[in-house]
Design a protein around this ligand. Structure first.
Ligand SMILES: [Cu+2]
Length: 186
């Protein structure tokens, strides 16, 4: 017992000192977030559906959605692999980003998902506004780094319905209702 008490007496001040040092060593100031890409969303008929701004982080990529004129309710949003938005069905945008490598679709798919096009659902209010930030994990990781502006580009797609995050091929997301090709931010 005496040894334990002695040990406690020695360790406690050491721990306190270590805490004080840690408190004094603040991490270096991070640069403010700067967008890496931006897109304007439109329906096949040309209706303005708002904007999406992309930010790159140390582990992944964040998309800030500022939507307008969306039908009320849940909507799937995805990254599609070809930077081309041709109506009426926007099939020109191809399938999901990295789908051929990561395979099954679905953030909640325990059988091999998700692919790199899978994102969180967005809720649109009755007035048509849809404001959200959705996050693509691992988008900055070596081997799967996502460049929204490289090659034939990448599209941000809005679907008619929410994504169940499991079923194939696109989680019951329904038709593609608005599309935007990412461009360099102004
Ligand atoms: Cu999609």
């Amino acid at each position: 017992m005496r040894i334990r008490l002695l040990a406690a007496c020695l360790i406690a001040p050491l721990a306190a000192a270590a805490g004080a040092v840690a408190a004094q060593t603040a991490p270096p100031a991070a640069p403010p977030p700067a967008p890496v890409a931006r897109t304007e969303l439109h329906t096949a008929e040309g209706t303005d559906f708002g904007t999406v701004t992309a930010f790159s982080g140390p582990q992944g990529m964040l998309f800030r959605i500022e939507g307008r004129n969306w039908p009320a309710g849940w909507h799937s949003v995805h990254l599609h692999t070809v930077g081309k938005c041709e109506g009426p069905g926007f099939t020109s945008a191809g399938g999901h980003l990295n789908h051929e490598h990561a395979s099954p679709h679905g953030l909640l798919n325990f059988s091999g998902g998700p692919d790199m096009g899978d994102l969180q659902n967005v809720w649109a209010a009755a007035d048509g506004t849809a404001n959200a930030e959705v996050y693509l994990a691992h988008a900055a990781t070596e081997g799967v780094a996502v460049d929204l502006l490289a090659g034939d580009g990448v599209t941000f797609m809005v679907h008619a319905a929410g994504d169940d995050h499991v079923s194939q091929p696109i989680g019951g997301a329904g038709p593609r209702i608005a599309c935007g090709v990412f461009e360099a931010p102004n």
